[in-house]
Ligand binder design. Structure first.
Ligand SMILES: Nc1nc2c(c(=O)[nH]1)N[C@H]1C(S)=C(S)[C@@H](COP(=O)(O)O)O[C@H]1N2
Ligand SMILES: [Mo]
Length: 479
């Protein structure tokens, strides 16, 4: 592949933030401290967890870089970055979570295989890129297609990194074609992560970056106006838009403010120059450093689809496991984690802030997050938000459908106790059933919600740990 290459050793790894807790050095696997995780709704790139299975690929010449698209389809072709850039750009705020998140808690119950993760193998980012549905349409596979004429039902994403599990071959995964061709599923070929937002003055907008996005909003209502997002890769066009906005400002006397979102290409750890983002689905399917896309009849036969990231009942062990009996995991289950306290924290009697994140796969909103300060006997519903000061309502058009939700509540503690949190999510109308159901509790007889359960948090396959989060608050004696 011209443009992109995969080193066979770890001598050319990118620099990383010193605050990351390293769970494995080679390949590099690291997560931020849990307190840092909830200090920002959009996780800074430096602190975003890094999950790799081999050395990080390098790009020699991004103009030469291309993705080959072939398989059970009519017009195979090479897709260059300029082809992707030409398509409408979407910024999708989506939480990525590794199925191995919270694995260390599982290992307290019984030994498990795999990289040990605390609670921060998760992060929320604004991914900028083209919708895969648009890319596929460009090559003749129309929106809503679930089977191509030649029998293609799945879309496989292949990288170029050298993974031990694939005997030195690349990382790969697939999703159903119907999901890829559904624009509502927001599957992206992403080239940017977390553009920076700056307030700009209507009179002196300075566009240094040709792929920046201009957001316009009225300052009283804080709502986007003038068509929400105006974007272009052409500086000239930005200037023109600015002039129009100034005129509108004069004519309407509307107080408008403008935000400039400065594009930030993906960094090497997160898939530069192009990666897949499959919102609401375990991170393993969001293939980084994309090299090829294949339209195939069956699910991808790679290690990470067939011999990992599946769930089995506790009766299964490494001797009697029969991999083909289970489907590959896709949507992640409902999950919430207290991040303001460590597993065991020394606290003073009185008021205590309990906060953390809650998230559900498949675009299911978070209906509730409840906290208990008596080990799960009685519960308090917590206030929830995505943006500070704006309360979160599941399924509201202003809520980010694919993103986590923070919860925060102040409780009274007078003695050493166990503090527990659990989340309840709704069923999405688009994906009413999923293969994520585990540890489910019926929520007071309603069929429309799923809640995290308290039953043993161990599965043989060590993925999708969603047992109630439980932390211990130990009283410090008053001085
Ligand atoms: N090419 C490639 N893509 C990959 C992986 C990988 O090792 N190689 N890891 C996967 C897994 S298991 C996860 S959880 C996410 C992690 O993405 P991040 O490192 O950007 O957080 O990428 C996925 N995509
Ligand atoms: Mo993962």
């Amino acid at each position: 592949m011209p443009g992109l290459r995969a080193p066979s050793d770890y001598s050319q790894e990118p620099p990383r933030h010193p605050c990351l807790k390293i769970n494995a050095k080679q390949p590099f696997n690291a997560e931020p401290p849990r307190s840092a995780l909830i200090s920002s709704y959009v996780t800074p790139v430096d602190l975003f967890y890094k999950r790799n299975h081999g050395p990080i690929p390098l790009v020699d010449d991004v103009e030469k870089y291309s993705v080959s698209i072939q398989g059970l389809m009519e017009n195979p072709r090479e897709l260059f970055m300029k082809d992707v850039w030409m398509l409408p750009k979407y910024n999708v705020t989506a939480t990525l979570q590794c199925a191995g998140n919270r694995r260390t808690a599982m290992s307290k119950v019984k030994t498990v295989k795999g990289v040990g993760w605390d609670v921060s193998a998760i992060g929320n980012a604004v991914w900028g890129g083209a919708k895969l549905a648009d890319v596929l349409e460009l090559i003749g596979i129309s929106k809503g297609t679930s089977t191509t004429k030649s029998g293609g039902k799945h879309i496989e994403f292949v990288s170029i990194d050298k993974c031990k599990e694939e005997n030195g071959g690349p990382y790969k995964a697939s999703i159903p074609l119907s999901q890829a061709t559904n624009p509502e599923a927001d599957v992206l070929l992403a080239y940017e992560m977390n553009g920076e937002v700056e307030n700009v003055n209507t009179s002196d907008v300075f566009f240094s970056n040709t792929s920046s996005t201009l957001l316009v909003m009225s300052s009283e209502s804080k709502k986007f106006t003038f068509g929400k997002v105006i974007e272009s890769r052409e500086q000239k066009c930005f200037k023109f838009i600015t002039v129009i906005l100034n005129l509108l400002h004069l004519l309407n006397n509307t107080d408008i403010s403008m935000l400039l979102v400065i594009s930030k290409p993906l960094n090497r750890d997160h898939g530069y120059p192009l990666r897949v983002i499959v919102p609401g689905v375990i991170g393993a399917r969001s293939v980084k450093w994309l090299d090829a896309i294949n339209i195939i009849a069956e699910e991808c036969q790679g290690f990470f689809m067939q011999k990992d990231y599946k769930m089995f009942p506790p009766s299964v062990n490494w001797d009697n496991i029969n991999w083909p009996t289970r489907r590959p995991l896709m949507d992640f289950p409902v999950q919430c984690v207290i991040c303001s306290l460590e597993d065991v924290s020394a606290v003073k009697p009185g008021k205590l802030k309990v906060s953390g994140y809650a998230v559900a796969g498949g675009g299911r909103g978070i209906e509730r997050v409840d906290v208990s300060v008596d080990g799960g006997k009685s519960w308090i519903e917590t206030p929830r938000f995505q943006r500070p000061g704006v309360s979160y309502v599941a399924d509201d058009t202003r809520s980010d459908k694919w993103a986590w939700v923070f919860f925060e509540v102040t409780v009274d503690v007078s003695q050493s106790t166990e503090i527990v949190a659990k989340a309840v999510c709704g069923f999405s109308s688009q994906r009413p059933t999923c293969n994520c159901a585990r540890d489910l509790e019926s929520e007071r007889g309603t069929e429309h919600f799923m809640a995290q359960g308290s039953s043993p948090g161990w599965t043989f396959e060590h993925v999708n740990h969603t047992k109630w989060i439980l932390v211990a608050a130990q009283m410090c004696p008053s001085p």
